[in-house]
Ligand binder design. Structure first.
Ligand code: ATP
Length: 565
């Protein structure tokens, strides 16, 4: 299949902003795609060339891309750079210069999606000295094989900035419509995607085995599973209604969630909350996990930075471990510990549908109790007083609160279910709570903040409709250093028009739009009904706490959650 076919679809998608229309365009297109190409096409529709958890990066510097444009177009690189400064988008720059390509002596043929896909993999594998030049040469060849519109999208793909506003679920929905003709398959799609968050594998399964195939999708060690989340209650006394009888109560640790996979060959891989592969960041943790008495496992825990006595340190300290360089040095500077709290698979057996009590018993048996690795602290009780005492103890020990778990509860992948209930110190202090919100816009600042963003427009995620609904304007808590960091963080998400999937009332239209990507942690006093926000409610007195780089836009607080609160 020619890449140009995909380019025509990108062009169509770029013109529309309604999620339904996008789904229609994609479904019509997928009907024309041969089954053997569908996985590749599904990735490329999202601007990717592999599943997210493979962490494959092209590592293309913009200057190498501009160099490739100048070679392919036969114009000076100075001219290309100058024009790029004006467009601010290397994709547009490529389109402009490649309208009139010089005639090459040897006809090079057209770029197929298979060629493109193979080339992208090759680009990702090319590193080290001289690699930027090699990458440029490969890109020049591809430029010679595509139209000027094709050059625009190709550039955005290699730069990692191709965001058509299409979410993974929209692509999967469109695939199901194209291959099964059925529209009411949201639940099946979501359930399968929670266990197999790989758009390519999902696409191929739908195309070859239909929805029945999806229902049979199985856990695979080495491929992360979407993580289960916790519900919240307003009052500890309400617990009895939600979870009657005896419960398990664990500490709620404020670190970084990790899902660890050990395959039969002994290889251990770590995945973050966003399902990124973080193994390279934590070689020390991999060693500690080797002490677990099981040949194969998928387990979950919280990584905490600790002091020399094993006491927990702040979340910000742990964030210093989020690095590619000087890893060994930081293992010493910021030692870590893992508190293991769940087990999804062990020695050839999927256990996440077993009662929590059973899973926890195995954890207690196979996880050693040391300074760097241990099962999460736990009590079993049906007494609220006892739960509260344990909660106070956890706070005294420097933790965030407690997690209350249903003893017979299954692991609800990718779901905020009632089998886990969280109880944090913020809930007790006053009626304040934290929310993870998606930045969808910004307003220019005035006075002291002129020249920088003065406030952000934040949204919650509507998982039913795959859309983002505004919830508040956020100005408080943005310190000078945060304000300085913002433009850099938000730049790649900037959008010249209201992004697809974002809904906003006219009273709230921001000065600059952002495609959903950056998530922030916000503290607020309460929620009130609001005619100005599409969430239907608004946050009162929101205050910025921190960036949640560990979360994707679709993992933000949902409309359903705020309406329940
Ligand atoms: P918060 O901002 O309150 O941490 P969240 O949206 O990040 O909320 P929740 O579903 O509310 O996530 O809480 C679950 C998170 O708490 C998990 O992602 C995990 O990182 C952390 N956690 C800490 N201790 C535990 C535990 N014992 N069991 C499960 N999760 C735990």
């Amino acid at each position: 299949m020619d890449f140009q076919k995909l380019v025509d679809v990108y062009e169509e998608l770029e013109k529309v902003s309604s999620g339904n229309k996008m789904r229609e365009i994609l479904a019509d297109f997928f009907k024309t795609v041969p089954k053997e190409d569908i996985a590749i096409v599904a990735y490329l529709t999202l601007g990717k060339f592999s599943s997210d958890y493979e962490n494959a990066v092209l590592g293309f510097a913009e200057r190498s891309i501009l160099k490739a444009i100048s070679s392919a177009a036969g114009v000076s690189s100075g001219k290309v750079r100058e024009s790029n400064q004006k467009t601010g988008d290397a994709g547009l720059t490529a389109e402009i210069f490649l309208k009139h390509k010089p005639q090459t002596l040897v006809p090079v043929g057209k770029l197929t999606i298979h060629d493109l896909f193979d080339n992208l993999k090759k680009l990702a594998d090319t590193s080290g000295t001289g690699s930027q030049d090699q990458k440029s040469i490969m890109l020049v060849r591809m430029y010679q094989q595509v139209s000027s519109k094709g050059a625009k999208y190709l550039t955005r793909i290699v730069l990692g900035t191709l965001r058509m506003g299409v979410g993974d679920m929209t692509v999967l929905d469109a695939l199901a419509i194209a291959y099964t003709g059925e529209k009411k398959n949201k639940e099946i799609l979501e359930n399968a995607y929670n266990i197999c968050p790989d758009v390519g594998v999902m696409a191929e399964t739908i195309a070859k085995k239909g929805l029945k195939g999806l229902e049979k999708i199985e856990v695979q060690v080495g491929r992360p599973i979407k993580m289960m989340l916790a519900q919240r209650i307003g009052d500890l006394d309400d617990l009895e209604k939600k979870m009657p009888g005896k419960v398990s109560v664990e500490g709620k640790y404020d670190g970084e969630r990790v899902q660890a996979h050990k395959t039969k060959d002994g290889k251990i891989q770590l995945f973050s909350r966003r399902l990124d592969n973080t193994t390279a960041q934590f070689p020390d943790l991999v060693k500690y996990l080797e002490d677990i008495k099981a040949k194969e496992f998928i387990l979950e825990g919280e990584i905490l930075a600790i002091d020399e006595n094993g006491k927990p340190l702040a979340f910000q300290t742990l964030m210093q471990r989020r690095r590619k360089n000087d890893v060994e040095e930081y293992i010493k500077k910021v030692p870590v510990q893992i508190k293991v709290f769940d087990l999804l698979y062990v020695n050839g057996k999927t256990v996440f549908n077993d009662p929590f009590q059973e899973r926890r018993k195995i954890i207690n048996k196979i996880v050693p109790k040391g300074k760097h690795i241990m099962p999460a602290e736990e009590i079993l009780t049906d007494d609220v007083e006892e739960i509260n005492d344990f909660f106070q103890k956890m706070l005294d020990d420097g933790y965030e609160g407690i997690m209350i778990k249903a003893l017979d509860g299954v692991y609800q992948a990718g779901t905020r279910g009632w089998n886990w209930i969280k109880w944090k110190k913020e809930y007790v202090k006053e009626m304040s709570d934290t929310f993870d919100l998606v930045v969808v816009g910004a307003y220019y600042g005035r006075g002291r903040r002129s020249g920088v963003y003065g406030a952000l427009l934040c949204a919650v995620y509507d998982s039913e409709n795959d859309s983002f609904e505004t919830l508040c304007k956020l100005g408080t808590g943005l310190t000078d250093s945060v304000l300085e960091e913002l433009p850099e963080k938000l730049k790649r998400y900037e959008s010249s028009k209201k992004p697809a999937r974002v809904n906003c009332k006219k009273e709230m239209i921001p000065d600059v739009w952002f495609k959903p990507g950056v998530v922030v942690d916000v503290l607020a006093a309460e929620l009130t009904k609001s005619p100005f926000h599409t969430a239907g409610v608004a946050l009162r007195f929101p205050r910025f706490l921190r960036f949640r780089d560990d979360k994707k836009a679709e993992q933000a607080t949902t409309v359903k959650e705020v309406s329940e609160i």
